[in-house]
Design a protein around this ligand. Structure first.
Ligand code: 0A1
Ligand code: ZN
Length: 849
């Protein structure tokens, strides 16, 4: 147990550090269980700091010896670090510590994965490597020497001397300790080069386990495109002679932007047509870009403290989304991003874990790498850009990079550059960083004498600790579509700042439908009473692709909610409206696939709960299946035509065009499988030459309970490939019909290949169960119990991943009394575990509060 009742850390209590660091010199003598770390750190008292003794963070370290300016010292050691008297002038701290990487199952600090040493220091892992002021506002250049017989020895920065059994690295760019990294192993490189716009020749390497080297080409290509894009779009060039990426199998998150040495979860690097799906390729591209873009937004300009996490994450997510949009098409990318935002962030914002984009307190910072900080943080950047307009955006960004390069900054610094560059008062806009909760915008409209009158109201819901809210500045893009399908009003940009506003627009028609929140111009819930014929009109004719899709989704949602609530039959109006979209080959296939997709069960449950109906997971699941079946019956010919005509003739390419065609074909297949007994899917699962088609077919078979043979064959083919085997585990649980995913998960957790200590495998089963709404919420509580059992088991080994997964329970108050009781009991059981980690106990405590 880390702490009985750990006290929260508060933003309001920020104080400057007492000591700054001028230089860090580290030597690692690597050994699986007895690694020695020698640190020589040049400190200097900060005249603006609070003074006092030298205070260093440190956890799980065995101090061998320490000295100040060459004189041995005996610091006062406690569980969180040490304190020692130090001179009131610059001095040299030297310390040798011993650590045990092989015993490090938490995957923070220096740990081992398949015989390879690697590190994860964000947010507070460096303190598990040596004593240090482990806070992001202490920045220093690092020199590192690694001693080991392993063939590949890597750290941040540029390579220095190397010889038998050692290598040296030097990072000239001052950085906080969370960006430190070290890797040592028997690795093989996929190498390339890039010449920056400034003429710097950069050696690029992707380091992987031998055998994986033929799966790196796509990640390398994505890296080079990211480097070129950041130069072209943001004027930011790379600043070292090498850029290394390492793939590791054991990793808590997606990837990490360590300076010059990005470390990736292997699943976000390795891809071949036979092993990775189109979705995997798209994620690899996005994450490679994200980590690379952090070199400027995160590394060159970092965060003053962890409350400012969204400063680097919101901006970097925004940048990676723009990049993917430029590379793959903005319409589809925006729809995907909004789907993700609603599924993860809106859910978070509506429950007990709601927090502002910039939280004001935390117990364990690792619990705040959330959809709110990342995805809502990115939405806030998008809104800022809409509000300051294109010139203001460019001027503000230039000022940001000029003014703050090399600094550790705050959200106030970020907003000040836009205020200074544009002369605007952004104080109301700043509320987006401090107020939690998803605002609701209610819109009604009428046409009076050729004028479109739009009434808008905004409400920001109460969230934990924030009962009262002020109105936000909400950019609303809106237009209107006339009854004949022509555009009656081109997109207008307004910024809602008051609780109620009325806007008037001259309009050349007597009747039109308002298309509001075009492009999803703000992260809000839009409440606009539209009839289904109005929605069908927008689906068919809106010039805004996001709202075309949104109108189709609203039709589907409305049909499903009526099926769940009133036992209604599938709405023929929805089925009719799909017809033209399915038949129109001029519409991009990826877009048509998204129109065909139904809203997720969890999304529907949230809609029902917000509308005052207790969601019944079985009824939601049944309604979804009934609607999918009705779509299949009604459009069988069109779907069959799509399935037949969209087969890709040539060799597999992961590009957006062919990927979109496969997506539409897969969507058609999943509908058709409900009426053809799985015949097409069975044929495709055998004939497919790529993982996208094969997994789409397998998923369709699992969903209709016809997958036994196909699953056995898949296992035989892929049992020695860890990344593909994760898919085999996951599909059986995530796609299982009804509540059968709970039994599937129980069966799979007893499988000899269920290596639950590896986060990817754990997530493939336990995370997949959480993603299968009807199964997680199985009425007898088996889903809840299974997840709770495994979280209790994982927590002592890997608190960070256990805490993250515990959020599966965050919506417990939505459900019926029986399920609420079962979920509360599961949470209480986790909370009552002796020695529960600080990470998980914070999460469970917030959910039960
Ligand atoms: N900064 C990384 C994500 C990351 C965050 C925390 C970690 O450990 C607690 C690891 C990685 C990113 O945004 O990609
Ligand atoms: Zn990031």
């Amino acid at each position: 147990m880390k702490d009985a009742a750990p006290r929260p850390i508060r933003l309001s209590q920020y104080r400057k550090p007492a000591h700054r660091v001028d230089r860090v010199d580290l030597t690692f003598r690597l050994h699986p269980s007895r690694t020695r770390v020698l640190a020589r750190i040049a400190f200097r008292p900060d005249p603006e700091g609070p003074g006092g003794p030298l205070r260093l963070d440190g956890e799980g370290l065995r101090l061998i010896e320490a000295a100040i300016d060459g004189t041995p010292v005996t610091p006062l050691i406690d569980p969180a670090g040490l304190s020692v008297e130090a001179p009131d002038r610059p001095f040299l701290w030297e310390a040798e510590v011993e650590i045990d990487p092989a015993a490090n199952t938490a995957l923070e600090g220096l740990y081992m994965s398949n015989g390879m040493y690697c590190t994860q220091c964000e947010a507070e892992g460096f303190r598990k490597i040596t004593y240090y002021p482990d806070r992001p506002d202490v920045m220093a250049p690092f020199d590192v020497r690694i001693e080991s017989d392993l063939p590949v020895l890597l750290s941040n920065g540029n390579p220095g001397r190397a010889g038998k059994g050692f290598a040296e690295w030097s990072d000239p760019w001052p950085k906080p300790a969370y960006l430190f990294a070290l890797v040592a192993g028997d690795l093989i490189a996929h190498s390339d080069r890039f010449t920056t716009a400034e003429g710097r020749e950069v050696a690029l390497n992707i380091w992987v386990r031998p055998g994986d080297e033929d799966r790196c080409a796509y990640a390398m290509d994505a890296l080079k495109r990211s480097m070129a894009w950041d130069e072209r779009v943001y004027g930011r060039a790379y600043d070292l002679d090498v850029f290394n990426i390492v793939a590791v199998d054991d990793f808590n998150m997606g990837a990490m932007e360590n300076k010059g040495l990005n470390i990736f979860n292997a699943r976000y690097v390795l891809a071949s047509p036979q092993t990775a799906t189109d979705a995997d390729y798209a994620r690899i591209e996005a994450i490679i870009a994200h980590e690379y873009f952090h070199n400027w937004t995160g590394n060159r300009i970092t965060c003053r403290d962890w409350f400012q996490l969204c400063l680097k994450e919101g901006l970097t997510v925004y940048r990676d989304q723009q990049f993917s949009g430029d590379e793959r098409g903005h319409a589809v990318k925006r729809i995907e991003d909004v789907q993700m935002l609603r599924a993860r962030q809106f859910r978070e914002d509506a429950g007990p874990l709601a927090h502002p984009v910039r939280p004001e307190s935390y117990v364990e910072i690792n619990n705040f790498y959330t959809a709110t900080v990342y995805e809502k943080g990115a939405e806030v950047i998008g809104m800022l850009r809409r509000i300051v307009c294109e010139d203001g955006w460019r001027a503000g960004l230039d000022l940001y990079f000029d003014r703050h390069d090399g600094q550790a900054c705050t959200i106030e610094d970020w907003l000040a550059v836009f205020a200074d560059a544009t002369g605007r008062d952004l104080s109301q806009f700043a509320l987006w960083y401090s107020q939690a909760g998803t605002p609701r915008v209610t819109l009604s409209s009428r046409i009076e004498d050729g004028t479109l009158v739009v009434d808008l109201r905004q409400d920001v819901p109460a969230t934990p600790g924030q009962p009262e809210k002020l109105p936000h500045a909400i950019p609303v893009a809106l237009g209107a579509v006339a009854r004949d399908g022509t555009e009656a009003l081109a997109t207008q940009h307004i910024v809602l700042t008051r609780p109620h506003e009325t806007h008037r627009f001259a309009i050349g028609t007597g009747d039109a439908v308002v298309s509001a929140l075009r492009g999803f111009s703000a992260p809000v819930v839009l409440d606009q009473p539209l009839s289904n014929p109005d929605r069908a009109l927008l689906l068919a004719h809106d010039t805004d692709p996001f709202n075309r899709w949104e109108s189709g989704r609203e039709l589907a949602r409305d049909a499903l909610l009526r099926m769940v609530r009133d036992g209604a039959a599938p709405d023929p109006a929805y089925l009719d409206a799909l017809g033209p979209v399915l038949a129109d080959d001029t519409i991009e296939p990826a877009f048509r696939a998204m129109v065909l997709a139904l809203p997720g069960d969890d999304d529907l449950a949230r809609s029902l709960a917000e509308g005052g109906t207790v969601p019944d997971p079985d009824a939601i699941d049944a309604a979804r299946r009934a609607l999918a079946l009705a779509v299949a019956r009604r459009h069988e010919d069109r779907l069959a035509h799509l399935f037949d005509s969209l087969a890709e003739p040539g060799p597999y390419s992961p590009e957006a065009g062919p990927a979109g065609r496969r997506a539409l074909r897969g969507a058609a297949l999943s509908r058709l499988s409900r009426i053809d007994g799985g015949a097409r899917a069975r044929a495709l699962v055998e004939s497919a030459d790529n993982m996208t088609d094969r997994l789409a077919a397998l998923t369709a078979l699992v969903a209709i309970g016809q997958a036994d043979d196909a699953l056995a064959a898949f296992y035989d083919d892929w049992k020695s490939d860890r990344l593909v085997l994760d898919k085999w585990f996951s599909v059986q649980v995530a796609a299982a019909p009804g509540d059968s995913g709970a039994q599937a998960a129980a069966r799979l957790t007893a499988h000899p290949d269920f290596h639950w200590r590896t986060p990817n495998r754990f997530r493939a089963v336990i995370g997949a169960l959480g993603a299968n709404h009807a199964s997680f919420h199985a009425a007898d509580g088996t889903g809840y119990d299974l997840v709770a059992d495994w979280l209790i088991r994982l927590d002592p080994l890997n608190p960070q991943t256990a805490a993250r997964m515990s959020t599966l329970f965050d919506s417990w108050r939505r459900y019926d009394a029986g399920r609420q009781e079962l979920m509360r009991a599961a949470l209480t059981r986790i909370a009552g575990k002796t020695d529960l980690s600080r990470d998980t106990s914070e999460m469970v405590g917030r959910m039960l509060a």
